[in-house]
Design a protein around this ligand. Sequence first.
Ligand code: ADP
Length: 479
Amino acid sequence: MAVQQQIPNLVLQFFDTYAEAVLVANASADIVYVNKTFCRLTQFDSKEVLGLKEKHIFKVKINYHLVESLKVTHWESGVATKSGDQLWVKVSSSPLIYNNEELTVFTLVENPSIEQLKGLLKESENRFASLADASPVMIWMTDQDNLCYYFNKSWLDFTGQKFEDEVGTGWLQRVHEKDLANFNSVTEQLNNHEGYSLEYRLRRRDGAYRNILEIGTPRLLPDGTFAGYMGSCLDITEFKAVQNELANYTEELKRSNEELEQFAYVASHDMQEPLRMIASYVQLIKRSIESGKPTDELFDFMKFVLDGVSRMQLLINDLLQFSRLNKKGIPFTEVDLNEVVKVAITNLTNRIADNNAVVTYTPMPIVNGDVSQLTRLIQNLVDNAIKFKSAERTPEISISVKEREIDYVISVRDNGIGIENKFYNRIFVIFQRLHTRNEYEGTGIGLAVCRKIVERHGGEIWVESEFGKGSCFNFSIKK
Ligand code: ADP
């Protein structure tokens, strides 16, 4: 029976305008109608198909799915084409009763074939790879077991390695051994398949270690299954250097502010003191001259004035020297601390001899620094060790060194009067002294100078002491 007899022409014309392929079969599964899109899709002429059984067209059928209420069924199937190829289509079939005739309308939508899918996938992969390779950021991917199976060109260019060297866990050999532990900090995120970020040093092709910021993002399949990580790595060495410089600069500013405060304090207190003395003795001199009978005292008064003036000069010179340390000294060079110690001791020959002091030292390392500042540092410490000697003992001073991981600690130990621990910090502040001028000469600048020199060399200075028994001044200096 011709389909025209079963379905009005208007409906068929309407089917012909469909973008989807339409096929109608009767109750005996004979194909009674195909629309134009069906013919275009399968290359069959409608006459070649009419009268065939539905099963001649639909080949392997899978994924049956019934939408009960409407009696519409969805499935996928291979469809025979005239050229013998097989198309893969999504099919919806729905029953239709017309003039008591049971018909089935099939709507076919083409599904890409596996080959087409493979092609699409390949194209998408190529697109990703060329995008990733063009990126200046290093990109990698891992599988479910967190083994790397992809590195973009930037990564391979950076490490100078071949893909085969980096694959799996090979790339870990490029991470600085001291930074391998950094990965422990993200174990929880890795186990929970969460995003993370961490920093570590990675060896560049030229052997230099660069600071890397790594951001890992989990990759999930459409059904939510974890498929591995995708990560990007950025060389942040320059950024870190600027950050450090900024932090140092801020620290330096803080320090110089503190120093300024100390300078103000010094100006108002320490320098006032000799000035007051000068002023009062000049007053006495004036009175003595005005009385018309200058006495012998006049000379004593003048002596005090001169004494005040020279103390003032000393303070000003010390201050000047101290402030000069602020400016960058000569560039650092290799310095043999054995020579430094020798020169410092030679400069103090007279003081050592006058005080019967014994100065010993162990072999010293070679460091990077400013030789004249380091000489001054050792000299100041040995000078103090002699100055603050005990009245009961001949001064014994030993200079020794202890090697640590990144630096050396140089110690100048004496058997002098010692320092109470409440003063351990104060003594490093400019013009802070624990004794009067009558007891021990000095302006209180020596240790402030020492601290500044040590800090300029990136180290720290501190004191340990047993009050009454001796002190040990230590400073660290980078290897
Ligand atoms: P100055 O020696 O001119 O007083 P410093 O800055 O060198 O100035 O020292 C500050 C203070 O620290 C000293 O006045 C002294 O009280 C204490 N001090 C420094 N070195 C020693 C030492 N080796 N033993 C005991 N006290 C010391």
